[in-house]
Design a protein around this ligand. Structure first.
Ligand code: ADP
Ligand code: GN1
Ligand code: MG
Length: 342
């Protein structure tokens, strides 16, 4: 779906409900695909991030309770995190992280290593979160088998008559159905433990500062999951040589030196990892990348109802980059396995 539009009155009312009345500018910010994000400037010089949560996707009360629990817990442990200034569903206000910035594409190995370290520490910190179990904000979020079922449903319904034009993509996915199921099967058999994970570890969800410090943001999907969902999604975005929506597929591939940096940064900080988890790190990159490709294709077939899109073929373009990334990871499978073992 394309970005919603808001009137000045709506934005001002949202800010007023959270105690801010001296804003001098409220403008669209970031490149997230789900929520509507704005940067707020005030007369005091204090800046905020204002967000309207996408309530078509997230159950708002459960989301609020998860976010408040996670951010307060991290704060109590002295870990720098998002600071919730106000939360009046569906709106919320975060303190602007001054001095930090996010990138949509990794441009050097150090960035990949830092991001992997940040997400590993995030998992490590949340391992201590006291009960109850964190709410499952979107059930089966990374369940590839279920994502395939939803793709099949969308292809069968073919509401926009797009199926015939994506035969090659559907065939690519079909040929990988059995490998695609392996991660969820290992989870189901208990070979891979459940942990509290971020579940959306794309590179623009970690804010980095020049001194190497970092803050994990976009905590909406933090819930019970697998460490491999997080590592796999890092491989998807942090080893990519080109943007998620690059049209020229010759530019799209997975960079080995970034993969090496990711593994280094992750293993140095994820001391909790079991042998079984470690053994599936390279596999998780292929599976999670395929899973996101499946989701983009499903949304394309359904008529672009989930992800923000800027033009008609946007989801298809994104799907194609994901499938190209999978192909590139497959071509380097032996080397990637060796890097993880080494
Ligand atoms: P979405 O769920 O739509 O992806 P995010 O929470 O990731 O939304 O926010 C979108 C972008 O806004 C991020 O990639 C980041 O660049 C920026 N951003 C989010 N929170 C902050 C913050 N507290 N301070 C500064 N920038 C932020
Ligand atoms: C969405 O919110 P954002 O843009 O960080 C999506 C992720 C996808 C990602 C693909 C809640 O992430 O699962 O991997 O787009 N978030 C949700 O870029 O569906
Ligand atoms: Mg985001």
């Amino acid at each position: 779906m394309s970005n919603r539009t808001y009137t000045k009155e709506q934005l001002d009312a949202a800010l007023a409900s959270m105690g801010v009345t001296d804003q001098t500018d409220v403008s669209r910010y970031g490149s997230g695909h789900i929520n509507d994000t704005f940067k707020v400037e005030t007369r005091r010089g204090v800046r905020y991030i204002l967000q309207r949560v996408n309530t078509d996707i997230f159950p708002p009360e459960l989301l609020k309770s998860n976010i408040v629990r996670v951010t307060e817990f991290l704060k109590s442990r002295g870990v720098k995190s998002l600071e919730v200034v106000g939360y009046e569903n569906p709106w919320r206000l975060y303190a602007f992280l001054e001095g930090y910035s996010s990138v949509d594409l990794v441009t050097n190995p150090k960035e990949a290593e830092l991001a992997a370290g940040a997400f590993a520490k995030f998992q490590n910190d949340l391992a201590e979160l006291p009960p109850p179990r964190l709410g499952e904000i979107i059930p089966k979020f990374h369940d590839t088998v279920d994502r395939l079922r939803l793709l099949d449903e969308a292809a069968a319904a073919d509401v926009r008559g797009r199926k015939a034009s994506v035969a090659a993509e559907l065939d690519f996915i079909d040929r990988r159905r059995s490998e695609a199921a392996t991660l969820v099967e290992m989870m189901r058999r208990g070979e891979i433990p459940e942990r509290i994970t971020h579940n959306d570890t794309k590179i623009n969800n970690v804010m980095l500062a020049p001194d190497g410090s970092n803050v994990v943001i976009d905590l909406d999907t933090t819930m019970p999951g697998s460490a491999l969902y997080d590592f796999g999604d890092m491989v998807r975005t942090s080893t990519a040589a080109a943007a998620e929506d690059e049209r020229d597929l010759s530019k799209v591939y997975s960079k080995k030196e970034y993969f090496e940096a990711l593994v280094r940064g992750y293993l140095a900080n994820a001391k909790f990892l079991t042998e079984a988890e470690r053994a599936s790190m390279a596999l998780s990159g292929r599976i999670i990348t395929l899973t996101i490709g499946i989701r983009f294709l499903t949304d394309y077939l359904k008529g672009d109802v989930y992800f923000h899109t800027a033009y008609g073929e946007h989801n298809l373009v994104r799907c194609r980059t994901q499938l190209k990334m999978v192909e590139s990871m497959e071509a380097q499978k032996d080397e990637y396995e060796r890097i993880v073992r080494g």
